[in-house]
Write a protein that binds this ligand. Structure first.
Ligand code: 48H
Length: 257
């Protein structure tokens, strides 16, 4: 059989278009495919939710690939090890309650588990705005990342979502646009994002979980974005909080229905 380039092209266009059309309305739209977003996607898809992750970059994984300062190992505490165990990611005890894992094995495996659970990843897509109806965020406005990078004057398109998770990390990009453009008060002390504080790993890990919650109608916040939104400190390259936050946000959304 002689391979036909046009057939290859048509296969990609048809299959991608079908996938994209199937996800123009979802139960949960996750912005950011870092560790928190991927873990949330795994648990939500496993519970039967239709889940789409929109990730600006070519690859998911966010800040996990590089471990600490590009030493590609991560540290997790005892409470979070069970999540790595669940995914079959190998860990090594370092000291009592401290475990390490290979960062590349961790990211690639979590991503694989999330996709096999049924979540779909739309990479190279950036969320630049939201859709709001009657005080509730009901959708995401997306564009191709290269369009954003080249600052091309091209209009974006819209995805409907019953629930949205801002898992964009330090920059809290979904909340930033809500703050800038909408008359919606966030459920923080000030009604706006408070901003991330300096390093304090122990406190930060605790607060990451506490601050993982609904932040305005239709939007939940998870991972590093939860810290930045509610004014928690940063924690450096310990990733247990990100994993536990991803699981918690999924549980909250599953409970909300
Ligand atoms: C589409 C977007 C957009 C957008 C951003 O930064 P992340 O890895 O986020 P978390 O919360 O899963 O994990 C945080 C962790 O990596 C980290 O930074 C830690 C633990 N830091 C501690 C410290 O002290 O510094 O991933 C966020 C993802 C990235 O892949 C972005 O490309 C993506 O979100 N993203 N995707 N549209 N508008 N904004």
């Amino acid at each position: 059989m002689e391979l036909n380039e046009i057939t290859i092209t048509r296969a990609i266009i048809e299959r991608f278009s079908k996938k994209f059309l199937d996800h123009t309305e979802v139960d949960v739209a996750i912005v950011g495919g870092g560790p928190a977003g991927l873990v949330a996607a795994y648990f939500l898809a496993g519970a039967g939710k239709k889940v789409a992750i929109f990730e600006r970059k070519l690859s998911v994984g966010g800040g996990m690939w590089g471990g600490g300062m590009m030493f590609n190992e991560i540290v997790v505490q005892k409470e979070a090890k069970e999540i790595l165990d669940l995914f079959g990611i190998r860990t090594e005890a370092y000291q009592t309650d401290y475990y390490t894992a290979d960062a590349v094995e961790a990211v690639s495996t979590i991503c694989s588990c999330a996709m096999k659970a049924g979540a779909k990843v739309f990479n190279c897509m950036s969320v630049e705005d939201v859709m709001i109806r009657e005080g509730r965020v009901t959708g995401l406005v997306i564009t191709w990342s290269p369009v954003e990078m080249a600052r091309l004057h091209v209009d974006p398109m819209t995805i409907g979502a019953r629930h949205i998770i801002d898992a964009t990390g330090h920059d809290t990009e979904v909340l930033a646009v809500i703050e800038r453009k909408a008359d919606i008060r966030l459920y923080t002390e000030t009604g706006k994002r408070i901003g991330e504080r300096s390093m304090w790993a122990d406190r930060a890990e605790r607060l990451t979980i506490e601050n993982t919650r609904e932040i305005c109608p239709g939007v939940y916040v998870a991972g590093m974005a939860a810290n930045a939104a509610f004014g928690g400190p940063r924690m450096g390259p310990i990733f247990g909080g990100m994993l536990l936050s991803g699981r918690k946000v999924a549980e909250l959304i599953i409970a909300a229905g």
